[in-house]
Design a protein around this ligand. Structure first.
Ligand code: OSB
Ligand code: MG
Length: 367
């Protein structure tokens, strides 16, 4: 399909409640909406880069620059028949996977709309709904944490992920484990530890966790390998896996035993599918991470997570866990069995609420 007009819209949406990780607390979420016109169709994508470089080096500012000054110039007016074609066009641009992934998502939406198929169908996924959990940010006190977790359990979430950081780890997690002995529980450090300080996490091994996510630096596969030897609990990598090659190498060196897949982090859904397939071949379970997406990115995550090797619940919570008002007309709801339905419509299967987009827009650019 020939890619015609492409529009970038930088939006900022207030979160229902603040979200705190080892790298900071946020009250609202920046994203860049990508709109592509092609052959009378309109495709939408979402770039998940955050306002600050806390999770990764990319920010909404760097993504805007790379999108406007490089990616759009490389693809506008070009004929793209599939996602592999798109990757070829942006191959010269190093890194900036979130910027690339945002546009790639819009290309997938267009491809689905052209073929009259949902993303799930294009991916070969089968499940009509996927298991999900909720990612709980750091709270001011363990009592607050218990209160917040209790609220999510009441809404029906069957799996909880707790954010941890040095000084707020074993104590907080023990309190939750004591209150809920049978809860599916896991933790995420967002790279806040070193090989030395991570020994403080050893007592987590007795708390029956599903996994420990990204304890060490994002660019450090080897020390994760060394750390995994000290734990019975599987380590899971998020930030460190930025491509299929990183996934392969991480598995080869036993740096983790479970992989968190986020399309944004790996340059798009095409690479995410390749990582899924590789892990499946190596019998390593994967699960779908989240980046506090709008309904656009959430739709893509659900389609991805419907593939068979997504064997752990995803960080794909219901819309009301994130936003009072979303930019899609469709909202996502939690089913009583802690699942969310996979969209069935063509492409991403969502439509855009133009008024909501307008309300949240900071800047716009078209080529
Ligand atoms: O590390 O998984 C992470 C949100 C923003 C950036 C990084 C992460 C997260 C989450 C939230 O944990 C997951 C969600 O979208 O619910
Ligand atoms: Mg994570």
């Amino acid at each position: 399909m020939k890619l015609e007009k492409i529009t970038l819209t930088h939006i900022r949406m207030p979160l229902v409640s603040h979200f705190e990780t080892s790298f900071g607390r946020i009250f609202d979420r920046d994203s860049i909406l990508i709109t592509i016109h092609a052959e009378g169709l309109v495709g939408y994508g979402e770039c998940v880069a955050d306002r600050d470089p806390g999770y990764a080096y990319e920010t909404s500012g760097t993504a805007w620059h790379i999108l406007k000054d490089f990616i759009l110039l490389a693809i506008q007016g070009k004929d793209v028949k599939d996602a592999a074609d798109f990757r070829q066009l942006v191959k010269k641009i190093k890194g900036h996977e979130m910027a690339k992934a945002g546009v790639e998502m819009a290309v997938w939406d267009l491809l689905g709309k052209k073929e009259g198929k949902s993303l799930q169908t294009l991916f070969g996924g089968g499940k009509p709904k996927v298991d999900v959990g909720v990612s709980v940010g750091l709270q001011d006190t363990p009592d607050d944490l218990l209160h917040v977790v209790g609220g999510y359990l009441k809404s029906g979430y069957g799996r909880v992920k707790l954010k941890i950081k040095p000084g707020r780890d074993v104590g907080d997690v023990s309190v939750v484990r004591k209150a809920y002995p049978d809860l599916k529980l896991q933790v995420d450090a967002n790279s806040a530890y070193t090989l030395e300080t991570a020994d403080a996490l050893l007592p987590l091994d007795e708390l029956d966790l599903l996994l420990i996510e990204q304890p060490l630096a994002e660019d450090d596969l080897w020390d994760h390998h060394r750390l995994q030897k000290r734990f019975k609990t599987p380590l899971c990598l998020d930030e460190s896996i930025i491509s299929l090659r990183h996934a392969r190498q991480a598995l080869e060196m036993d740096a983790c035993r479970i992989v968190n897949i986020k399309a944004g982090r790996v340059g798009g859904l095409y690479e995410a599918l390749a990582i899924h397939d590789h892990c499946q071949e190596k019998n390593i379970p994967v699960w779908c991470g989240g980046m506090l997406e709008t309904g656009i990115g959430r739709a893509a995550n659900l389609a991805l997570a419907s593939l068979p090797n997504f064997r752990f619940p995803g960080d794909i919570s219901a819309t009301d866990r994130y936003y009072q008002e979303d930019i899609t007309n469709e909202r996502f709801y939690l089913n009583i069995d802690s699942t969310v339905d996979v969209p069935r419509g063509v492409g991403l299967g969502v439509t855009i609420d133009g008024n909501a987009v307008k309300k949240f827009t900071l800047r716009e650019y078209s080529l």
